[in-house]
Design a protein. Structure first.
Lengths: 233, 464
């Protein structure tokens, strides 16, 4: 298992976004998913990464072998849907790996090294922090809805859309604003507003592994671009 | 740290509760001071002035002067105060900035800009002194309430502040958690730090306090020195709206002796086992809950009390065994219709834009008359047009009870109903539970609160 600098991870995301924007879906998407899988496993996130790869494999299989057998509207809508999924898959998968393997404190320390202003970093950090809280809240709220006979199933939603929306809206809003308040208050009392350079418990800097990983992604990217440019570059 | 409040008055914007009126208070270096009083008396406000959240974060108008070691508090920047004053808050869930325990403990040091090597030295020292070895490198969301509070304390302790401000730290803790907390408090007291603590549960602090400041409606009504406080009778404290200063365990009661039991009046667990995946959480439970009786379920954190509640609500499928209601086996789906849970954080279960609409939500036909009656019974009628979000904690809880009555639920479950309630509201809650029981409901309460158990519970079911 390796660790890499959060800044490297951000650069990898930027490269992947460029890849998704510039390169048409095709065999290169598979290559990209493969190197992303490789990265995920190296960073120690084995199970979830392999699951994501497997899901991609299944969808790819559907696109190649099953899609041509279908005709009519089903064919078109599936084609469009799959096209969209394949376009987003590399970015989403990498983002999942990055969020799952980066500690908030690491992220903040890395951003401090890049001199990103705190007014940008702190809200981002609070956002990262809020996702797991939201997951917990969601569990409680769906329990509370079930006690009132309100279900989150699609059938119930189609029959009573307003009831479901109302039942979600208020508790999520109230608990989210309470959480945000308490989180901010706690962060302030611990000196988060200190203008002095933030340090970190973990030693954060570019290392050899960062270079190797960056080289791998850039090299693959350049190779794919050259392939599509027809060798004229 | 020496603290000096001179003629301090304060009021929150758009809110009456929690205001302070003409406070004069001196606390000297090394003192352990308890702020006591009922909800809204201004205890928390005092701590917020000391950590600078008032007026910096909460706004409001403050008059008079507050001095820390002779310097005006308003001359400090928020981060300067942060390194002098450490705050531990009530809700351990929302005082974490990080998702892993290690980063959380060192968060304050990182903000202070301490070099990496030094941070790691302090980190090792803190984990050793507070015995946190088994909590290192853990996901905070997977810790129990007590463990979270321990990490919260450690993260403040790491910064070695001169003054500790602690606001209702025991609200979400069980007896063992409170013991651990007490140990931490003893440690900082022995180090000669100044401690100001606002709390409803007093028993675990009795041996530690040097002085009790009793607040009422924003004024200091009484100052009691530690020895006098320790010798005060429970009656005298209750009269002041305070809880007991002595630890006691509610006595075990046996409900079977005092009543005739018939099968059609019970909810019975028969060899009930529940598990998630391969893991068994509860194994082979056998117990009867009776109509018209209040049963308190006790047991330490993590023993499966919440799982039991969620099973009785019909949220979880049982792995083995049966649940029998009125002599017939009952499926989770039917249980969902019969049972209602008042959650620990009742904010999750209030959906509507007014108290009255909250009661009507989901009921069929014209139920306004019934809602009026139910609200009257629960002393909520005068608030019927209020937004549920503007009610106090105790009132929100009663609104949830009203909903259960509107839905004609037979089984009403409570998850830690008294966490964060003062003495008066705790008694009120107990009275309403008795009323519900007299209507023939089955009442099951999960609680750690021995005082509460003592004043309303008919039977104790200890899950161990």
């Amino acid at each position: 298992m390796i660790t890499i600098d959060p800044r490297t991870k951000l650069i990898l995301i930027i490269i992947t976004v460029a890849f998704s924007m510039l390169i048409p879906t095709g065999i290169s998407t598979c290559i990209w998913i493969l190197i992303t899988t490789f990265l995920g496993i190296l960073l120690g996130r084995v199970g979830k990464t392999l699951k994501a790869t497997l899901l991609f494999g299944i969808l790819w299989f559907v696109a190649i072998y099953i899609l041509p057998e279908i005709s009519g509207t089903a064919h078109t809508s599936l084609l469009v849907w799959l096209g969209l999924v394949f376009k987003c898959y590399p970015c989403c998968m990498l983002a999942g790996i990055v969020i799952g393997t980066t500690k908030i404190s690491e992220f903040m320390a890395a951003m401090a090294k890049w001199n990103v202003p705190r007014s940008i970093v702190i809200p981002l950090a609070i956002m990262f922090r809020y996702f797991p809280t939201l997951k917990e809240d969601w569990g409680h709220i769906s329990d509370a809805m079930a006690l009132r006979g309100i279900s989150l199933s699609p059938v119930y939603f189609l029959k009573n859309p307003l009831v479901v929306i109302e039942a979600l809206y208020l508790p999520i809003l109230v608990t989210a604003s309470k959480t945000a308040d308490e989180l901010s208050a706690s962060a302030i009392t611990r000196g988060v507003e200190n203008p002095k350079m933030r340090t970190s418990r973990l030693d954060i800097r570019f290392r050899m592994t960062d270079g190797v990983i960056l080289f791998l992604f850039l090299f693959t990217f350049a190779g794919i671009v050259m392939f599509y440019a027809g060798g004229y570059v | 740290m020496n603290i000096d409040f001179r003629n301090v008055s304060f009021s929150y914007p758009n809110r009456e509760a929690g205001a302070l009126k003409d406070i004069n208070l001196k606390i000297s270096q090394g003192e352990f001071v308890l702020l006591a009083g009922s909800s809204g008396c201004g205890k928390t406000t005092v701590t917020r002035i000391l950590n600078g959240l008032i007026p910096g974060f909460y706004g409001g108008k403050i008059e008079g002067n507050v001095f820390l070691d002779g310097c005006e508090i308003r001359d400090y920047k928020s981060y300067e105060l942060a390194f002098l004053v450490g705050s531990v808050f009530q809700n351990p869930r929302t005082q974490f900035f990080n998702v892993d325990t290690d980063s959380e403990i060192t968060f304050g040091l990182e903000n202070a800009g301490m070099p990496t090597k030094k941070i790691n030295e302090v980190f090792d020292k803190v984990t050793k002194e507070l015995e946190l070895g088994n909590l290192r490198a853990k996901d905070i969301f997977k810790l129990s309430g007590g463990e979270k509070q321990k990490i919260a304390f450690a993260s403040v302790y790491a910064s070695a502040p001169e003054l500790y401000l602690i606001d209702e730290p025991s609200a979400n803790l069980d007896t063992l958690g409170i013991e651990a907390l007490k140990k931490c408090l003893e440690k900082i007291k022995s180090q000669g730090k100044t401690v100001v603590i606002a709390e409803h549960r007093l028993y675990y602090l009795a041996q530690l306090v040097d002085r009790v400041i009793y607040l009422k409606d924003g004024r200091i009504e009484k100052e009691i020195d530690g020895d006098t406080f320790r010798s005060m009778s429970v009656e005298a404290l209750n009269q002041m709206g305070l809880r007991t200063n002595q630890y006691f365990k509610a006595t075990k009661k046996d409900v079977k002796k005092c009543r005739e039991i018939t099968d059609d009046k019970t909810l019975s667990l028969k060899k009930l086992s529940i598990g998630y995946g391969k893991k068994r959480v509860l194994n082979n439970l056998n117990h009867d809950f009776y109509k018209g009786k209040i049963c308190c379920v006790t047991g330490r954190n993590g023993v499966g009390k919440s799982t039991l509640l969620r099973t009785v609500c019909g949220f979880i499928k049982r792995s083995d065994g049966n649940i029998i209601l009125n002599g017939k086996e009952i499926s989770p789906k039917e249980l969902k219709k019969k049972a209602f849970m008042v959650m620990q954080d009742v904010n999750y279960q209030l959906f509507a834009d007014s108290v009255l609409n909250e009661c009507i939500l989901g009921t069929k036909g014209d139920s306004k008359d019934k809602a009026g009656k139910v609200l009257k019974e629960l002393n909520l009628l005068e608030f019927k047009d209020y937004h549920p979000n503007t009610l106090s904690g105790g009132q929100k809880q009663r609104l949830a009870i009203a909903v259960s009555l509107m839905m004609n639920k037979e089984i009403i479950l409570f998850d830690e109903p008294t966490s964060g309630l003062d003495y008066k509201n705790m008694r009120l809650c107990a009275d309403f539970l008795k009323k519900l029981a007299n209507k023939g409901k089955i009442i099951i309460v999960v609680t750690h609160d021995e005082e509460f158990i003592d004043c309303c519970c008919d039977e104790i079911y200890n899950l161990a």
